[in-house]
Design a protein around this ligand. Structure first.
Ligand code: NAD
Length: 240
């Protein structure tokens, strides 16, 4: 059954004229970055509203800062895995056309993907929360006040309670509208608007995840680890 689905996805990719991949935190767990909502996920240890929200940033900066410093330190030791590299190679070869990601870890760009829409921002970029001035990661880690206005520094990511950057989101929607194949990988499909982006395609939707989720818009579900499934699909494509 898995074999057939792997072959079918390989064929769909070769046949499709415009393929967009939509990734979530499950894309990066094989790199050693925890996702949020599975059993071992970050939310089993932290309350999101206490650490990753606009409210936390404004009312409890120490806690907010500790959480993101820790996530940043964890990320420094980690690298994109084979699955990220396969997606970058597929883009280069013209098999896929872009990646829309909820992940803030920058792994798709680090692996070589070019047309990337990081709709929740990136933990590699920092700014002042007050005056928006671009600042360095080092200044954030050192908990420096903004040298321009004295405000608190923060990662350039979307926190709970904040809206998504309009331009990137609109670009991502345009990509999905163009797509005749959308491959969703490693997301619980529970954070909106990301969880509903695939609704903009009139094409086929394939969902790769290590736990099933019911969604009547999905045409094929492949249960498995992102990196492992992508490797098998890549082998099928290479065998053609
Ligand atoms: P989520 O934690 O809600 O869901 C992750 C899903 O991926 C789960 O269904 C899980 O079973 C599945 N999964 C875990 N490992 C997998 C693997 N190896 N292969 C296939 N599936 C796997 O994550 P989400 O839906 O992306 O939403 C969480 C939000 O948190 C996002 O908005 C994102 O910005 C943020 N986040 C980002 C990172 C990151 O940058 N790496 C990590 C955690 C959370």
């Amino acid at each position: 059954m898995l074999d057939k689905k792997i072959k079918d996805l390989g064929e769909e990719i070769l046949k499709s004229k415009y393929t967009i991949v939509l990734t979530g935190a499950g894309m990066s767990t094989e790199s050693g970055i925890s996702d949020f909502r599975s059993k071992e996920g970050v939310w089993s240890k932290f309350d999101p509203m206490e650490v990753a929200s606009r409210k936390a940033l404004e009312n409890d900066y120490d806690n907010f800062h500790d959480f993101y410093s820790l996530r940043l330190k964890t990320k420094v030791e980690k690298k994109p895995h084979l699955g990220h590299e396969i997606l970058a190679k597929w883009e280069e070869k013209g098999y896929i056309n872009g990646v829309i990601t909820q992940n803030v870890d920058n792994f798709h760009l680090e692996a070589g993907s070019k047309n990337v829409y990081p709709i929740h921002g990136s933990i590699t970029k920092y700014r002042c929360n007050q005056c928006n001035k671009e600042v360095s990661k080092e200044d954030f880690i050192a908990k420096m006040p903004c040298e321009n206005c004295g405000g608190n520094l923060r990662p350039r990511i979307v926190l709970f309670g904040e809206s998504l950057p309009g331009e990137i989101l609109e670009g991502a929607i345009r990509e999905i509208e163009k797509a005749d194949l959308v491959i969703i990988i490693g997301t619980s499909l529970s954070v909106y608007p990301a969880a509903n982006l695939h609704a903009y395609t009139r094409g086929k939707i394939v969902y790769i995840n290590d736990e099933a989720k019911t969604d009547k818009r999905i045409h094929m579900f492949i249960e498995g680890k992102a990196g492992q499934v992508l490797k098998l699909v890549d082998e099928h494509i290479n065998s053609k």
